[in-house]
Design a protein around this ligand. Sequence first.
Ligand SMILES: [Fe+2]
Length: 335
Amino acid sequence: MKRRDFMKSTLGTALGASLSGVSLASMAANAATKIESEDINSRALLKDEYDLHFLAIGDWGRNGADHQIQVAKQMGKWATEHPNDFIISTGDNFYPSGVVSEHDPLWHYSFENVYTDFSLQWDWYPILGNHDYKSDPDAQVRYTAISRRWKMPSRYYSKTFKIKEEAEVLIAFIDTNPLVPEFYQNSEYGPHVAGQQPEKQLAWLNELLQTSDAKWKIVVGHHPIYTAGPRTDNYDTLAVRKVLQPLLEKHRIPLYLSGHEHSMQHLKVQEKHFHQFISGSGSEVTPVKKGVNYSRFEASTYGFMYFAINKEQLQVQCIDHEGKAIYSSIIPWNA
Ligand SMILES: [Fe+2]
């Protein structure tokens, strides 16, 4: 029974009961309804054929400068007008050099005072980028205890989300910085990757992907495995590809999401199972190359991505800083 019909029916019964001598007070006690506040707010009315929705933004914290504010406003508008469950940040959360503590004023100037729309007050699941490693990366973990919405329990972690028919979506939020050997000799990154034991994280990821029964398994890391941007053959791209690609292929992971390149891209190497998306233009853009044979879409455009998932398929849309959907792709579930 629809809620409106149910309430009408309850009211009709109550009036009838009053006329037949049963008190309205006793009737009310017997006919308690179970309406939670979430059931009657406007977000509950935003429904589509998908069960789980999230925004993905990367490479953003610039005190609102360049196009950070414009992208933030469009994220808020999009999440107000479309169903959305949470927000993923693909890293490089604070330029130019991360945050020094969980009380760094940049939390206010680059995050809290920029992503102000009510629709963006839901959970954020961030990962760390290389710029976050120039100061204290663990400060971003500690901010989880201060913020209601910032959820980074450790430098890498995983979350499982329920979709219909008891199916699940697993998202592994990884830290690609310790996977780049050159960082250990770098004067800025070195002190913060020291002692990170990349083989331990890779063993954790392998075990997670191996043992999970989730219908969809998604891996999110800052550095891309492939890119049609300036870093196609850069040392960090090659380092991450070397260790992550075999894991993604072994477990037939359908989707790897990254940032780092300041553009939006959809890449698919023909003989590989996984699709790779890059969402790294949350405030600045850098060039993309045309004609890369594994690129299905590349745009040097400010914006964010919007993902929608059900048991059968996953839809990805790229939204620019004016709120226009400039690309859409559907990936059918394929065992
Ligand atoms: Fe980066």
